[in-house]
Design a protein around this ligand. Sequence first.
Ligand code: DAH
Length: 334
Amino acid sequence: MTMMDELARIADDARARLAEAPTVDALDEVVRTTLGKKGSLKGLKRELGRLDPDERKSVGQAVNDVIDELQAAADDRRHDLERAERTERLQADRLDLTEVMAGSRAGHLHLVTQAIMELEDVFVGLGFTVAEGPEVETDHYNFGALNFPEGHPARDMYDTLYVDFGEPGHTLLRTHTSPVQVRVMETTEPPIYSVMPGRTFRQDTADATHLPVFHQIEGLVIDRGITLTDLAGTIDRFTKAYFGGAFSSRLRPSYFPFTEPSAEFDIIRPDGSFLELGGCGMVHPNVLRNCGIDPEEFSGFAFGFGIERLAVTKAGVDDLRELITNDVRFLRQF
Ligand code: DAH
């Protein structure tokens, strides 16, 4: 048998085995025995030395082509198998919770869910509606429409997780709930009085004060004649409604591309200590224009803050990671 025949035989055999490999492990085995260090193709390459130079070149090229082809086929097959294995695992992991819900009174809402519902209640009481938006966003909604120019350093404040979909850098997990402001303004005629709670994502390592997956609530007011005083008053009303009458709030100058002026707001506890809660400001005219609202006619304010920090402060928990460890002894306390 010539070396070309041998190559064709190995290639046919490997193609068939790759196509039929039932699991990722089986696929790895095929890759190891054909493409691996001690695999049949490597063996064939070592034999090339026995050929005369012309033949060595053409057969060598043919071996390399087969290696490339099989590598690509193996990658495709791996992708399919991994997807299938993941789907199977998800199906197998599916829990039937109906029994727990129907019969016993075991379990209750998570501290963060309770906080979201309380916040919604407080803001609905102040005349706001509740809106939601997608967790997977585009660069346009998360940054562009919010007046972050391309390449602007303010984008680096958000350790963005990008999704491998479409153009690189185009699709992302929203880093804040502010993109929902844009979606609300695009679809709603002012006046707008809305809050937008939801899950947000940043490339962060969990520690006592940070989680890579967390929640924020966004507030947006757009109407005629809205001023900074309305913003400060709303934050203070909210603080008292949520924490109690002995708490107050204060604003400190800050910077966000989507508000001008911008501020950070703190909650002042009865003992005088304070909690840095979130950001706020008057909606930037560029943002209004980007959303089809005339800044000559309307003005507004916005704010946004993290829900986990708020919830743990109220509950007296000092490490955010407790919220996601799911130790029932911890969760039962709330
Ligand atoms: N999106 C900001 C953040 O996550 C918080 C924020 C600041 C929201 C100012 C606002 C705002 O609506 O006006 O850091």
